[in-house]
Design a protein around this ligand. Structure first.
Ligand SMILES: C[S@@+](CC[C@H](N)C(=O)[O-])C[C@H]1O[C@@H](n2cnc3c(N)ncnc32)[C@H](O)[C@@H]1O
Length: 337
């Protein structure tokens, strides 16, 4: 039987949820910092047990748990709280896909979002590198380490989607932690890789590659790929998780440079938070796009069709855009004839 709750009507709920969305982010980040999901996966299921395990008063444990349940991060089963399946996979510290560190990276920008209207109406000309213009070594280290686990999963996915067995050297532009290259090299024994990133990132990347036992096959190359020449020799170029930081002009220049250095038969992959071709979403791409306004860059999210066009303008053929991670990332791939 339909209840009054089923009636769709114009009201303020949706706007309130968006307007106070910072409360959702704040709750999620507090839960991660307090190891809530880890303690629940270890067996704490009642408010009392959770309060004890996380070092909270009963009052605050109840507040946190109820808010997480309301946001569907927790479910209630037989009077105990349990993690929702995605939370259990990605936010339990002992699990291989843990990406709490990445979820907490938003903390650094949190205060800046308050000033978004000012940033959007700031008449100052945008810079090319945005956030990377003055990246501190501290930030580079935190970002690079936070991205490693996320990148490993994405790299494994790419290794399943595309056969790298006939290629020999990958140039990973803005390769960050090197995680994509680690996953590809683990899967394809013929492959070597070069991670091109800023010097302060490469320092951390070298440590992560060494920990992965792949220092003999994956090297780093310090520099700025918008200004510096690309190292020679690669037959694969990747640009993953970077495109939104750049505007159409820079994107075209980077893709043109990649095309010039590739040999005939070489391939380029661009994995990015692309917009749909109608430019109505998805939300993750659209909000990364507006995020660039905080840092005064020229960057914005590009649609699948735009990225395909940049690739074709450069000379790539058989260019196609495919879904990579549903509603998050798309892959555009093209070949040099
Ligand atoms: C969001 S991370 C993505 C890292 C990696 N590709 C991944 O997907 O896991 C962006 C990376 O691109 C690097 N980057 C951005 N612009 C760059 C530039 N102009 N030259 C070199 N590296 C750059 C940043 O330093 C950072 O490591």
């Amino acid at each position: 039987m339909a209840s009054s709750h089923d009636t769709k009507r114009i009201g303020t709920e949706r706007i309130q949820n968006i307007g106070f969305g910072f409360k959702h982010a704040g709750t999620l980040m507090a839960a991660i910092e307090l190891s809530l999901f880890t303690k629940i996966s270890e067996g704490a299921g009642t408010i009392e047990a959770i309060a004890n395990a996380c070092g909270l008063s009963l009052l605050n444990a109840e507040r946190l748990v109820v808010a997480c349940a309301a946001m569907e991060l927790l479910e209630k089963k037989e009077n105990k709280y349990v993690n929702a399946p995605d939370v259990d996979m990605y936010l339990v510290e002992s699990k291989p896909r843990y990406f709490g560190a990445w979820s907490l990276m938003g903390k650094g920008d949190f205060a800046d979002w308050i000033n978004l209207a000012d940033r959007l109406s700031n008449p100052a000309p945008p810079s090319v590198l945005g956030i990377y213009e003055k990246m501190t070594t501290e930030y580079a280290e935190a970002l690079t380490r936070a991205m490693f686990n996320v990148g490993l999963g994405a790299g494994s996915k790419l290794a399943k989607q595309f056969d790298f067995s006939k290629y020999s050297l990958v140039l990973d532009l803005g390769g960050g932690s090197g995680a994509y290259c680690v996953s590809l090299c683990r899967r394809f024994p013929n492959l070597g890789a070069l991670v091109f990133d800023f010097d302060n990132v490469c320092k951390v990347t070298n440590e992560l590659i060494e920990e992965a036992g792949l220092s003999d096959r994956i090297k780093t190359h310090g520099g700025d790929f918008t200004r510096d020449p690309f190292p020679e020799g690669a037959d694969v170029v990747m640009l993953n998780g970077n495109l939104t930081q750049y505007g159409p002009g820079e994107a075209q220049t980077i893709i043109d440079k990649a095309f010039s250095m590739l040999p005939s038969g070489g391939v380029m992959h661009i994995i990015a938070e692309n917009l749909n071709n109608e430019k109505t979403g998805p939300k993750i791409a659209a909000t990364w796009s507006i995020h660039e306004a905080l840092f005064g860059s020229k960057g914005r999210a590009h649609s699948d069709a735009e990225v395909c066009e940049y690739m074709e303008n450069a000379g790539f053929i058989e260019v196609e855009a495919v879904e990579f991670v549903h509603n998050i990332l798309q892959r555009v791939t093209g070949f040099k004839p």
